[in-house]
Design a protein around this ligand. Structure first.
Ligand SMILES: NC(=O)c1ccc[n+]([C@@H]2O[C@H](COP(=O)([O-])OP(=O)(O)OC[C@H]3O[C@@H](n4cnc5c(N)ncnc54)[C@H](OP(=O)(O)O)[C@@H]3O)[C@@H](O)[C@H]2O)c1
Length: 288
């Protein structure tokens, strides 16, 4: 079993986490709604991630809803001391599996309590406020409500998700922000300048869809590079992110043990500079 230690570690809040973590969203059923067809494999994926050294798991109670958190509890509770579970609030699921905003103070409070109950925790390590209100919206009202829940001791640290630089600046005037979770991968690099900016403040950047999300990355350059390194395209995509900046924490998602092993082995993949520069040009060649 490979270990993620070679990927290194970075501080998330007051804890050091290994840079190769795991995103648990895919453990729910199709469309991230309802139970998975094979719950035993879901539990096995979580246990193998942790036994391989993963100590950063990303989740939300609106995955399933509730199902992903319940699987995490079943697989891992009582949790290892060094495990950091990061959740997100600000959305809810409609009965038709739609993703709806849920960012009133009452909804945010309910969401934190749902996470605590389904994960069997007294306090959540990190809660990301998932912005569902658009790029122009003020995040001040929901973030103020989340900061109140932090003051009540229910939340240790706060992060932001799906936000612009202006919204991050607004958020940092309200409370300490320890991480930003936005869409980013080797072929989708809208946040390049933001990533460089957050590095200076030692705020972790956690890209969602690191493998392309619902449209997994595909490109002949990625495949050629992977062949030349004796790796798979997904491993190269993850290794490129690890090389991109030391404050980037990875949370690739999978429901498969084989994919999990493949992804975690990216911790040991060396991407030489000339290969990295070739991949830097990928953004204009491929849609993610
Ligand atoms: N803040 C937000 O708004 C937000 C949004 C989306 C996601 N997230 C978080 O980010 C995490 C990562 O995002 P994600 O899971 O949506 O996308 P992702 O990690 O980019 O890709 C996951 C997809 O790639 C497939 N996959 C994984 N490893 C593979 C491999 N080695 N070879 C081929 N296919 C592979 C998975 O299918 P299999 O299951 O078949 O492996 C799944 O369909 C989520 O788990 C979630 O925690 C956050």
């Amino acid at each position: 079993m490979s270990s993620v230690e070679p990927a290194g570690a970075f501080r998330l809040g007051d804890r050091l986490v290994r840079r190769l973590g795991y995103g648990a969203m895919r453990l729910s059923g199709p469309g991230i709604f309802g139970p998975p067809s094979d719950p035993k494999t879901a539990v096995a994926v979580l246990r193998e991630a942790v036994s391989s050294g993963v100590n950063h798991i990303d989740t939300s109670d609106y995955y399933g809803p509730h199902i992903t958190n319940q699987l995490i509890r079943e697989a891992l509770h009582p949790y290892p001391d060094d495990l950091v579970i990061v959740t997100k609030i600000g959305a809810r699921r409609g009965e038709d599996a739609s993703w709806l905003a849920a960012s009133s103070p009452a909804e945010l409070k309910q969401a934190v309590h749902d996470n605590l109950r389904n994960l069997s925790l007294d306090v959540v390590d990190v809660v990301n406020l998932r912005n569902m209100l658009g790029t122009e919206a003020s995040i001040e009202p929901p973030l103020t409500a989340l900061a109140d829940l932090q003051r009540q001791g229910l939340v240790r640290h706060i992060g932001l998700s799906n936000v612009t630089p202006a919204q991050i600046a607004e958020g940092r005037r309200i409370c300490k922000i320890v991480c930003v979770q936005n869409q980013y991968n080797v072929a989708y690099r809208h946040d390049d300048a933001l990533i460089d900016c957050l590095a200076g403040d030692r705020i972790a950047y956690v890209p969602f869809f690191p493998l392309g999300g619902f449209t997994p990355l595909q490109s002949s350059t990625l495949s050629d590079v992977a062949d030349s390194l004796g790796a798979t395209p997904m491993q190269v995509a993850l290794a490129w992110l690890l090389r991109r900046a030391p404050h980037i924490l990875l949370i690739p998602g999978t429901s498969s043990l084989a994919h999990l092993r493949e992804n975690l082995a990216a911790a040991e993949l060396n991407v030489p500079d000339e290969v990295r520069h070739r991949l830097d040009g990928l953004t204009s060649q491929v849609a993610s």
